[in-house]
Design a protein around this ligand. Structure first.
Ligand SMILES: NC(=O)c1ccc[n+]([C@@H]2O[C@H](COP(=O)([O-])OP(=O)(O)OC[C@H]3O[C@@H](n4cnc5c(N)ncnc54)[C@H](O)[C@@H]3O)[C@@H](O)[C@H]2O)c1
Length: 450
């Protein structure tokens, strides 16, 4: 092992810990080891630690297994449940624990971050930098820095930095090794210097770095998510208008996208956003703005959220229309369970929201997803699951395409002849080739299009 310290000169590997080894933390830990650092991942979940230690990624993320295996084989990556072990090992500690929505309100559940800060304060003995990566409400970093100062053991010096994370599930490995920007929220030059050592290779490869205060760093993350959610809901609002005017939202988005001030990305109308970040982050932003007395500044996010949720209801309506006004007793194939393709994450999945609503109304719903069936089955045992798109479609009165996996785009409607009971499909993601399905004799319906 290389002897390192927070004051290691640029070029030397550091000893890091990554607290919380879920979607973000496991990827970050493996990514940091790949950059040459000596990394220990900590989690309270013994099973997760055991699986990661054996080279098993407990969720689906393209490229992460290989990265994890490389890290373990290099001897620069290991996992533990012990804060004492992590504190003895590392001089820089990344906090990657979850910050979900509170069960009784829109506010952020901070208990995991608070617990991690308390554990680190109790375990660190010398000089250390704690780096927050979890998405937190404005004002958290200032408060947590105070906590670390007051709760540190005698003789320990713990600084805090906030380094929000922008990785996207499905491309998390690339986003970690080649991020489009790094944001360092710091209260002093030493923290910035250490972060520049941590990310030296990434920065040398040309990644821009924005160095700022805690408040701005926290806000960059929630503002980015608010902007992206707004762009998605904007085009989905246009889809609502198209549905009554007879316009075509797909063509509208294409024409809008040619204006480079607007751009085409995130102007894709469909079932809307879900997952463990965007929905809870915009709600938490509103909740925090209310506490700060500036709720008007983000009141538009309430509408962004409502537009998004209305798309789910509209998809249920389209399905009902296709089934002549009554879903009870109908057999419905749902293609997709993950909240987005290339992930097995089903947190706030629009696909499963639609599937369970239709099931509750008496439909017999059969779900297939290339990666997320195990997670979906655990949380929604009332649904039936199939092990292929074709098996799900057997004797279906209607197919719903709800998560945009390339496997579904590649399906040939002619191959489903004799499989389904009725050739009807609702494309909740506006991603299938409409002409191809219609030419094959199917009733094809999509959001925001005729
Ligand atoms: N998932 C993403 O795509 C993504 C992207 C950017 C930012 N974020 C943010 O990153 C944070 C983590 O998100 P996630 O999706 O990885 O969540 P996750 O639920 O997948 O992982 C959180 C992990 O933290 C562990 N944990 C909880 N309390 C702990 C403690 N006291 N000590 C050690 N480990 C503890 C849990 O066991 C779990 O393994 C959130 O703030 C999220 O908003 C996530």
């Amino acid at each position: 092992m290389t002897e390192t310290s927070p004051s290691a000169p640029p070029g030397q590997p550091l000893r890091l810990s990554v607290v919380g080894t879920g979607y973000l933390g496991a990827t970050h830990a493996a990514g940091m080891a790949d950059l040459g650092h000596d990394v220990i991942g900590i989690d309270v979940d013994q099973e997760k630690v055991d699986r990661l230690s054996k080279g098993e990624v407990p969720f689906f993320e393209p490229g992460l297994s290989e990265l994890l295996r490389r890290g373990l084989d290099s001897g620069r990556l290991r996992f533990t449940t012990s804060y004492a072990e992590a504190a003895a090992h590392a001089s820089v500690h990344f906090i990657c624990v979850g910050t979900p929505q509170q069960s009784a309100s829109n506010a952020t559940e901070m208990r995991y971050v608070e617990a991690a800060i308390g554990e680190l304060a109790a375990a660190v003995t010398g000089a250390a930098l704690v780096v927050g990566k979890s998405t937190v409400p404005s004002g958290s970093a200032e408060r947590l820095a105070d906590r670390l100062r007051t709760e540190a053991r005698p003789g320990a010096r713990i600084e805090l930095a906030w380094n929000p994370e922008f990785l996207r599930e499905g491309t998390a490995v690339q986003d970690t090794l080649q991020p489009d920007r790094l944001v360092f929220g710091v209260a002093g030059e030493d923290a910035e210097r250490q972060l520049r050592v941590v990310y030296r290779k990434v920065i040398e490869a040309g990644c821009p770095v924005v160095v700022t205060d805690y408040a701005t760093a926290e806000l960059v993350k929630v503002a980015a998510n608010a902007f992206l959610a707004t762009k998605i809901s904007f085009i989905n609002a246009m889809a609502e208008i198209c549905e009554v005017t007879g316009g075509d939202v797909h063509t509208l988005a294409e024409a809008l996208g040619h204006d480079e001030r607007i751009g085409r990305r995130f102007l894709h109308a469909g079932l809307g956003f879900g997952g463990g970040c965007l929905p809870k982050d915009i709600r938490a932003f509103m909740a925090r703005a209310e506490e700060l007395g500036v709720v008007q500044a983000v009141s538009f996010l309430r509408e962004v959220d409502s537009i998004n949720m209305r798309r789910r209801a509209r998809t249920v309506d389209l399905a009902t229309q296709e089934l002549d006004g009554d879903v009870a007793g109908a057999r419905i194939a749902v293609w997709g369970a993950a909240f987005k393709p290339n992930s097995d994450d089903i947190r706030d999945s629009p696909a499963l929201d639609v599937a369970t609503t239709l099931q509750a109304r008496g439909a017999n719903v059969v779900v297939y997803d290339p990666q997320a069936v195990a997670n979906a089955r655990r949380c929604y045992p009332q649904l039936t699951y199939a092990d292929s798109a074709t098996a799900a479609a057997e004797q279906a009165d209607l197919i719903l395409h709800l998560t945009e996996w390339s496997e579904f785009r590649a399906m040939d409607p002619l191959d489903l002849e004799g499989v389904v009971a009725h050739r009807r499909i609702v494309d909740g993601r506006n991603a299938l080739d409409r002409q191809r399905w219609r030419d094959a004799g199917w009733s094809y319906r999509a959001l925001g299009r005729q």
